[in-house]
Design a binder for this molecule. Structure first.
Ligand code: GDP
Ligand code: IMO
Ligand code: MG
Length: 444
């Protein structure tokens, strides 16, 4: 032990602080905005799961940026950005995002590192995703059509092409030929749709690969070095806990683990490297795509949330389903993520509503339960049991001090704290970077 310390191998006392930001609903909680805000205090920001199904919106001084793959720290010039091994990568989308940012004067190359172990999303993955969805009828998941599911299946099946394969032309050609043969067989003979030209796929991978190769890195080693040197790290989750492939509303989920534990696996750091989990939660609920959503509203309040909250998907532009805050689902998400503190976003969207409802239980087959069903297929039969709170009429837009919030807004936040059993450490009162109340900073 002492010898290791002498040799400089034990530097934990100087290590920086690592914070994981995760959505604890069905995605689109406002993670991007909060990650951008918090990266003011970090050396590096890391995406660790998902792919370009994510859409993270940043608004800075009125200027909007939507990011799909590149971490939401890219607009801060001194922050290193990392795409960890847990992400599935679509090269054309990545390069398009890089080009779009660089054309606006944002330096990306030189600051972005991509794990050499990232599996690639191929054109056939996208075709398979779309073919399945169109064959799915009423049972379709409502995916983003980005090939996420088929790409993660290939990873588990040990069939993926990875970034590292771009460095070995013979291996790339061989592995692509094998994957393409299987994918095209399924496309043609099972889904009865056109196959994808394997030669064109290889040519595209070789061409785009040349641009991506310089970004490939041993990102786990880089993050470990940063941490040991005292840099703070931020891990940016995509999607939300209720879309987690293990813990979400299966099968209406995405194909990755979206919960905080995967920040370790998807970046290569050990679980001991993390200090704080920030659970991002909207002051109400939204969901894009199919699947159970007990508090969904189809009335004027639902329309208020959709219109005032501008609830349209950042990736696909689809209208988001809207409903009251579901504390039962959120409590489960707090458990799965080990949430340290909450950030409640879009509080301002509730301005002007007379009465607010929080779902504190579900009625399932005549019984009231206060946790989500063990058998997720029972989820669709759950009816919400609500608690009512008074609303407020003053505007909360842009408020930056807790004391300046209307009393009923504070009461609403306190009730969320009580029912979830975790403190509200941050509140977002508008889409802009500057519109926040910070009660306790995750990096303090
Ligand atoms: P993400 O996927 O979790 O990063 O969230 P999205 O960016 O997909 O969706 C959140 C939307 O809400 C974006 O349009 C944000 O600009 C916006 N937004 C974030 N925080 C607030 C807030 O506190 N108030 C309002 N009105 N809009 C917000
Ligand atoms: P961010 O990071 C909201 C949803 C899709 C669909 C399901 C599976 O912006 O919060 P997929 O394409 O992943 O196979 O689709 O997951 N979904 C999201 N919903 N926000 C997201 O990301 C999402 N990414 C995927 O709508 O229901
Ligand atoms: Mg989003």
């Amino acid at each position: 032990m002492l010898r290791a310390a002498d040799q400089g191998l034990m530097t934990a006392s100087r290590a920086g602080r690592s914070v994981i930001v995760v959505g604890i609903q069905w995605g689109d909680e406002g993670k991007g905005k909060i990650v951008d805000l918090l990266t003011e205090r970090v050396g590096a920001v890391v995406r660790f799961q998902g792919g370009h199904n994510a859409g993270h919106t940043l608004i800075i001084g009125g200027e909007k940026t939507v990011l799909h793959l590149i971490p939401s720290g890219i607009l801060r010039p001194d922050v290193a950005c990392v795409i960890g091994n847990g992400v599935v990568l679509h090269l054309p989308s990545l390069l398009q995002e890089i080009d779009r940012l660089e054309s606006r004067g944002v330096q990306v190359t030189g600051r972005l590192r991509i794990s050499a172990a990232c599996p690639l999303i191929l054109p056939t993955h996208i075709e398979l995703d779309r073919a399945r969805e169109s064959a799915g009828g009423a049972r379709a998941i409502g995916t983003t059509g980005r090939g996420i599911g088929p790409a993660y299946e290939d990873k588990a099946a040990r069939r993926s092409l990875r970034i590292s394969d771009l460095f070995d032309p013979a291996r790339l050609a061989e592995r692509l030929a094998a994957a393409a043969a299987l994918h095209n067989f399924v496309l043609e003979h099972y889904h009865k749709v056109a196959p994808v030209d394997a030669g064109a796929m290889l040519e595209e991978l070789q061409r785009l690969g040349e641009r991506v190769k310089p970004l490939a890195a041993d990102t786990a080693l880089f993050l470990d070095e940063q941490r040991r040197a005292g840099a703070n790290l931020l891990f940016e989750g995509a999607q939300g806990a209720m879309l987690d492939v293990d813990h979400g509303t299966y099968p209406y989920v995405t194909s990755s683990n979206t919960t905080a534990g995967f920040a370790a696996t998807g970046s290569g750091l050990g679980i001991g490297a993390f200090d704080y989990v920030l659970g991002i939660v909207k002051a109400y609920s939204t969901r894009v795509g199919a699947g159970p959503f007990p508090t969904e509203l189809f009335d004027d309040t639902g329309r208020h949330l959709a219109e005032v909250g501008v609830e349209f998907g950042s990736t696909t532009g689809r209208p988001r389903r809207c409903g009251w805050f579901d504390a039962v689902a959120a409590r489960r998400a707090v458990l799965h993520n080990g949430v340290t503190g909450l950030c409640v976003t879009k509080l301002d969207v509730l301005d002007g509503l007379d009465r607010l409802k929080i779902c504190v239980g579900y009625r399932l087959r005549g019984q009231v339960v206060d946790s989500t069903p063990v058998f997720v297929d029972q989820y669709a039969d759950c009816e919400p049991v609500y608690e009512e709170l008074p609303g407020w009429h003053a505007s909360t837009v842009g408020i930056t001090a807790l004391e300046a919030l209307p009393a009923n807004a504070r009461r609403y936040l306190e009730r969320i704290e009580e029912v979830l059993g975790v403190p509200v450490d941050m509140i977002s009162t508008g889409a802009d970077r500057a519109q926040n109340i910070i009660v306790r900073h995750p990096f303090d």
